[in-house]
Write a protein that binds this ligand. Structure first.
Ligand SMILES: Cc1ncc(COP(=O)(O)O)c(C=O)c1O
Length: 441
């Protein structure tokens, strides 16, 4: 008899939870048992308004019929097809529909299963592309302080979150980082893109001088950094990065794992900021979080450079058992149908002014030292408790959950990113609740 047969169904010991204070959670678990539209239901039957689209992913809302049906039909028809040297129609149909949504010229899609894998894939494409075009000396990758690019070794190497890096050895060599753009002294309480900081892009110029541009393959940034606390790019900053990359033959990668699929009111942040990168990484909203799937989009020039050798040879030695998995492809098609029918990829731009107004109404609440927003993203930064950073915001998270609201905190920042189906009444409810939470701290 396996050990598990002797355990209570809710014995919590075996599951080592990710990015979680395991002992604290298991002493007082927060269990979700079902979800529909904007709400979760807890094990004790309470409704929780989802202020974070799960983990920035459930863009279409929960339990959406088209997505559910697409998966149910798919599992009955074709559960799995090998991803290498074989295909199935939905993976191709999906790729075509996706590249119709991406910025002009980004006509090719490589499937992964998560944001972290999309990042690894993008970094490998960048290095291999430089080599394939005869620039094999370009071996360096440039990231940014406070960047989050998932948790695999490439991603944490170019990433800039200290806690995610410091335990894991020397990481990738040949990586450098630009400074982050967060500047509360000059930009606190900015609505939308901050005025100050475009000149920080010139740090890339400095880095190219230091290492010599001919050694640099790619620069990766989140157009809006999410996990590190919603850092919105200063006006003109991304355009300047693009110019410097162009000048030096460096690829620009936008990590759009959270900004992709309508978060800013446009399909991609590249559209919102009117800056087209060479590679875009996505995941999360691609399937509205329902089935793990990611996709990396590349421009023709990159793709076509790989398509040059003998036709019978594999062009790119990379891929996953579940790349383009039938269930994931079906979920993504159901998600795109939902986005299209309900015009969700542009809905955030309709809601953004209301969202901004309501969010900034918290300005005079206790401990608030900054509020920032773009699209349907918001952040409320709290004054840390002396000697106990993160504790104040985490208390806010616990209190909000107790009151029936899911918010997310990182450091002492409350980050909000509700499903794109949220109504104005629900925005009111969420912001009013956060106001009460702040007063209760
Ligand atoms: C910008 C960015 N890149 C990569 C990732 C990693 O995605 P995943 O957790 O699906 O591996 C995330 C996750 O939050 C992210 O925000």
């Amino acid at each position: 008899m396996p050990d598990s047969a002797n355990l209570q169904p809710n014995d919590l010991r075996a599951f080592w939870m990710p990015f979680t204070s395991n002992r604290q959670f298991k002493a007082n678990p927060r269990m979700l048992v079902s979800a529909k539209d904007m709400h979760y239901t807890t094990a004790d039957g309470r409704q929780i308004l989802d202020g974070t689209a799960g983990l920035w992913c459930v863009n279409a809302g929960h339990g959406r019929p088209r997505i559910v049906k697409a998966i149910q039909d798919q599992v009955a028809q074709l559960d799995y097809a090998p991803a290498f040297q074989m295909g199935h129609p939905k993976a191709f149909e999906l790729a075509n529909r996706l590249v119709d949504l991406t910025p002009a010229g980004m006509n090719h899609c490589f499937y992964t299963n998560s944001g972290s894998e999309s990042v690894e894939t993008a970094l490998k494409i960048a290095l291999a592309y430089q080599r394939a075009r005869g620039e094999g000396g370009r071996i360096r990758l440039i990231g940014r302080e406070r960047g989050y690019h998932g948790v695999n070794f490439g991603g944490i190497s170019v990433g800039g979150i200290v806690a995610n890096r410091k335990m894991f050895g020397t990481l990738l060599s040949g990586v450098d980082h630009m400074p982050h753009t967060h500047d509360p002294a000059r930009n606190a309480f900015t609505r939308g893109e901050p005025e100050h900081g475009a000149e920080l892009a010139d740090e890339l110029e400095r880095i190219t001088t230091l290492h010599d541009a001919s050694t640099i393959a790619a620069v990766i940034v989140e157009p809006v950094a999410g996990s590190t606390g919603v850092l919105i790019p200063p006006k003109g900053y991304l355009k300047r990065l693009r110019e410097i990359c162009d000048k030096h033959g460096i690829l620009l990668i936008f990590d759009e794992v959270i900004t992709g699929f309508g978060r800013l009111g446009t399909p991609f942040a590249a559209d919102y900021f009117d800056v087209t990168p060479d590679i875009i990484t996505t995941a999360k909203g691609l399937t509205s979080g329902v089935i793990p799937m990611g996709a990396v989009f590349v421009c023709d020039e990159i793709h076509d450079t790989f398509m040059n050798g003998p036709e019978e040879l594999i062009e790119f030695f990379h891929g996953y058992t579940y790349s383009g998995n039938p269930m994931a492809a079906a979920a993504a098609l159901g998600t795109l149908d939902t986005y299209q029918e309900e015009r969700l990829l542009t809905r955030a731009s309709d809601l953004a002014p209301y969202w901004e107004e309501r969010l900034h109404s918290l300005v005079d609440h206790p401990y608030v030292i900054d509020i920032r927003n773009v699209g349907l993203i918001g952040a409320i930064e709290l004054k840390p408790i002396d000697g106990a950073p993160t504790r104040r915001a985490f208390s806010a998270f616990l209190k909000a959950f107790e009151m029936g609201y899911m918010i997310r905190t990182t450091g002492d920042i409350i980050a909000l990113s509700p499903p794109l189906i949220i109504t104005k009444d629900q925005i009111d409810e969420l912001i009013d609740a956060i106001g009460k939470v702040l007063h209760s701290l």
